[in-house]
Design a protein around this ligand. Sequence first.
Ligand code: 4AD
Ligand code: MG
Length: 430
Amino acid sequence: MATARIVDVGRFVDQDVEVSGWLQARRSSGRLHFLIVRDGSGSIQGIVSARDVDPGLFALAGRIGQESSLRISGHVRADSRAPGGFEMTVSGLTVIHEAHEYPITPKDHGVDFLMSNRHLWLRSSRQQAIMRIRARIIGAIRGFLDSEGFTVIDSPILTGNAAEGTTTLFSTQYFDQTAYLSQSGQLYVEAAAMALGRVYCFGPTFRAEKSKTRRHLTEFWMVEPEMAFFDLDDSMALQERLITHIVATVLDRNGDDLAVLERDTTALERVTPPFPRITYDDAIEKLRALGEEITWGDDFGGGHETVIASEFDRPLFVHRYPSSIKAFYMKADPARPELALCADLLAPEGYGEIIGGSQRIDDLALLEHRIDEHGLSREQFDWYLDLRRYGSVPHSGFGLGIERTVAWICGLHHLRETIPFARTLDRLYP
Ligand code: 4AD
Ligand code: MG
């Protein structure tokens, strides 16, 4: 007999086919059992009738618990009322593994319970939808950068220096030295940009974030493009096209998943260029006018980002923050040296910063000075300083957080559901 993934069962209407999967749910009424079988590509209802199968098989179909693994075979019928549009009249049932007392039932469970059972929770249709959208976003990013002439450069995870400040470093013993888990691949892609022009890294990054917020993980995935001969405006234009492409791709390809998540897609359809751009100065003024307590020179908290972004209907760039609250490598604005040539992209609907980027310092003496000011060691950055000794050029780059982007596009309040196995202050298991 032919076998099929459930998504392809429609090709076998009025024929017999076998599918393999897990028992997602069962309803029984007298001499009928309705088995909902899921295989990752979709779900199908198999109808087991006492009239058609022998009593042993009928009893088995009524006994196996939720998430038992099985194969069912039978006749496929088109039925517009059925989820997916097809049903099977079951003639054969093989139980591969009989499960009982599956911990996650259709009733409501608390988030903590679900996170402790994350390895099982992934099987729910909601979590599958999120994982498919996550995969689509990653694919769209790679496809876009590829089409723009970028080369992927895998940056190391074990590193000797801090790229994003020394307060959130995870250290680990590295033979007789201390190594740090990478906070960012930026410094390495800057080196590679001097070789290949347009490059990006994509990988896990680590920050020992001691605060519990819905927007912070200790391990998150970041894509970091770095472009030689790009100034801040060139970089913002690229970001705008990247984000537009990601959102359009998900809308085009993951409509069913967005529907499972009950995502309001009209908000996503508005994500078209140009994205508004406001300066940090303007943002501070706006916040104060809206009654927020903040003074010039303060960094924004998540709450401030939400307030500013809710004034706009699409992603918004805030540019030229004070250098004093930004990383050591950012170039100063020649017109206002106290400001950095940097921009954060804030997602609408209260999702906060999804991209941080800047033009980099390209002058050796200035960069040395900034390294000193930040209390970093020149020796450890000697290789990075070489990039300003040999053919230094203006260059810019940015980092897009995958989980924040997934949260926004899926409409999820908390980052914990955006990554298969979230790492937070209080969670290293499962
Ligand atoms: O703004 P960040 O810290 O920028 C950098 O790391 C630069 N080196 C990027 C670059 O220019 N190449 O982080 C960039 C993005 C943020 O906008 C956010 O989306 C995400 O990474 N991010 C986090 N996501 C989840 N949990 C955390 N703790 C995050 N910290 C940053
Ligand atoms: Mg940032």
